[in-house]
Ligand binder design. Structure first.
Ligand SMILES: C[S@@+](CC[C@H](N)C(=O)[O-])C[C@H]1O[C@@H](n2cnc3c(N)ncnc32)[C@H](O)[C@@H]1O
Length: 330
């Protein structure tokens, strides 16, 4: 590993689980890597340093502003860093456009960056007054304002339950519907706090509502499923997939994907004979998710909920071998 924590710069904008990501990806000279969530480019910088002198990186982000910041940070890797505005769901197409038919590592550091959270105009934070926006890509049509002010009360309640795990979803949706139009983030946070009451965990009650809105505005779970599937088509033998998630809905999706892809049979357990023909494509490298150490959380409280999972691409022959070992009945 060629980069140290110091290279990425400590502080609130430091990339989360930086050393752990580099250890899991094991970037090497000549390798090709995709950072599907480029953000400020901190992880990407570390990958390019460790993959010097000739390793390349394709960095994607939906947010043009983030790409500008990252492009400046990665300027000195000219020719080795390829920066594109795209969803990681489209990583296959973006890699193909570069003429890449495979990669040695893929990183997804999900959710939003501190740059986005700290900018009131983006509308992600309930602590800063701003418009109800929450789009990673401000050119897309759906905003949080549209959902909050125009969706039906039942739809709103469903969204809060499904994507915010909001225990008082019905009451919160009713309060929002009765107070429309709701124009700013802080106005919405106040309505939610009054309707949901204090949470026992000490977490601000608007946290879950804002999470739910952000997930739906950006179709985050759909993008994650598509990105994970796309990674299978791109990873070369022994290539590494590393995913950092920040809430249980994301982590569950990643965990289920890794579990499915580590198995040779995904038939229902009650089925005596395998008919699915599924073969393991990945070997998990993290039995449990990797969490940040206390010192990192102290330096960067945003890291608190981060969970990293990693896996290695199996070769076709190894998949077959594993299949024989395990037996086709799963
Ligand atoms: C946690 S930040 C990444 C920080 C980055 N690892 C760093 O070192 O600075 C997540 C980034 O992913 C972007 N993002 C979220 N969903 C995306 C998607 N489906 N495709 C591409 N980028 C996405 C966000 O715009 C944000 O900039």
């Amino acid at each position: 590993m060629g980069a140290s924590q110091h290279d990425a710069g400590p502080g609130p904008h430091a990339p989360v689980l930086y050393q752990q990501v580099l250890s899991a990806l094991e970037p090497r000279a000549g390798g090709r890597y995709i950072d599907g969530t480029l953000g400020g480019g901190g992880h990407a910088q570390g990958i390019l340093e460790a993959a010097g002198p000739d390793g390349e990186l394709l960095g994607l982000d939906r947010d043009r502003e983030a790409l500008n910041v990252a492009a400046r940070r990665l300027e000195r890797f000219a020719g080795r860093a390829h920066v594109r505005q795209a969803s990681f769901a489209a990583m296959g197409e973006e890699a193909a456009a570069l003429g890449w038919d495979g990669v040695d590592g893929i990183l997804l550091d999900l959710g939003l960056s501190s740059m986005q959270l700290d900018d009131p105009a983006r509308g992600f934070s309930f602590r800063r007054e701003g418009p109800l926006d929450m789009r990673f890509d401000p050119s897309q049509p759906l905003t949080a304002d549209e959902i909050v002010n125009h969706w039906g009360e039942a739809e709103l309640a469903g969204l809060l339950r499904d994507f915010g795990e909001q225990p008082r979803a019905g009451a919160v949706a009713r309060a929002i519907a009765r107070t429309r139009p709701v124009r700013t983030t802080t106005e919405l946070a106040g309505i939610v706090a009054r309707a949901a009451g204090r949470s026992r965990s000490g977490v601000h009650p608007a946290t879950q509502t804002f999470q739910a809105l952000r997930i739906v505005v950006n179709q985050e779970l759909e993008a994650l499923s598509q990105g994970l599937e796309a990674s299978l088509g791109l990873l070369r033998e022994r290539g590494r997939l590393v995913v950092i998630s920040f809430h249980s809905l994301e982590d569950r999706l990643v965990k289920q994907f890794l579990r499915r892809e580590s198995r040779d049979c995904i038939c229902p357990p009650e089925q005596p004979v395998c008919t699915c023909g599924h073969r393991a494509t990945l070997q998990s490298l993290t039995r449990r998710p990797v969490r940040p150490e206390a010192a990192e959380v102290e330096r960067n409280p945003r890291a608190r909920s981060a969970r990293m999972r990693a896996a290695e691409r199996l070769s076709a022959a190894r998949s077959l071998h594993k299949r024989n070992e395990v037996g086709s009945g799963g």
